[in-house]
Design a protein around this ligand. Structure first.
Ligand SMILES: CC(C)(COP(=O)(O)OP(=O)(O)OC[C@H]1O[C@@H](n2cnc3c(N)ncnc32)[C@H](O)[C@@H]1OP(=O)(O)O)[C@@H](O)C(=O)NCCC(=O)NCCS
Length: 195
């Protein structure tokens, strides 16, 4: 019997380097300062200038309200990424924009203060496993900016395929940046698990 996607089921996912814990309102206090990371703001397209990247545009109260809402959302699952080595929360991994009719959703991720140690790669693997094996999805898609080769590398390693380019999709520091559209399908995911 095939599984139907149900994003109100928010399970904890355990790996070797990271634990993905469904985000709750209590996580806002620890996530709020991480959101001030200029690299996260720039690479996620949250701001339009280096100057703006240093500010968090939300108060702790606003972030608390957002995570409270997301903890009950039926169209997204937000996990905080816990670094097992330190026990610290270092970012978030997200399945969002659930389209139940087409068995598809979007993906996004950010990490602050613990990059380049393999945590992102493992978080992507755990999130995709949940999407395909536990939620029965057919497709997961994302967008990555052309000025973010590290994220693109992580996505390609996980099996995401380049599907197209949104030309000049982001204006940052007065320059136009392309956004690449990538996706991975369930049969591609399963084929990778057999190799
Ligand atoms: C993207 C992100 C989640 C990746 O997580 P991470 O823990 O830093 O990444 P990992 O350590 O697992 O892997 C990084 C990979 O990129 C490679 N890499 C690092 N810098 C690179 C660069 N400039 N160009 C190409 N590859 C690069 C590393 O060598 C590694 O690949 P490998 O495992 O084959 O050696 C994290 O860096 C991040 O949050 N960045 C800021 C926000 C962001 O970019 N979010 C994604 C928006 S689409």
């Amino acid at each position: 019997m095939s599984v139907r996607p149900d994003f109100s089921r928010k399970a904890e996912l355990a790996g070797t380097l990271v634990r993905l814990v469904p985000a709750r309102r209590e996580h806002a206090a620890v996530l709020h300062p991480l959101l001030a990371d200029p690299e996260v703001a720039r690479l996620t397209g949250s701001v339009h200038s280096t100057e703006a990247a240093a500010d968090v545009p939300w108060t702790v109260e606003q972030v608390t309200e957002i995570y409270d809402r997301w903890s009950r959302a039926e169209d997204r699952i937000v996990w905080v990424i816990e670094d097992i080595a330190t026990g610290e929360v270092v970012g978030e991994s997200v399945l969002h924009e659930l389209d139940s009719g087409n068995l598809s959703c979007g993906f996004r991720i950010w990490i602050s203060g613990a990059r380049d140690r393999g945590l992102g790669s493992e978080s992507v693997e755990l999130t995709l496993r949940h999407a395909f094996e536990e939620q029965g999805l057919h497709r997961v898609g994302l967008e990555v900016y052309a000025f973010n080769p590290r994220a693109r590398r992580v996505y390609e390693k996980a099996g995401f395929v380049l599907e197209g380019t949104l030309r000049q999709a982001l204006l940052f520091d007065g320059e136009w940046i392309d956004a690449h559209v990538m996706g991975i399908l369930a049969h591609e995911w399963r084929a990778r698990q057999r190799t």
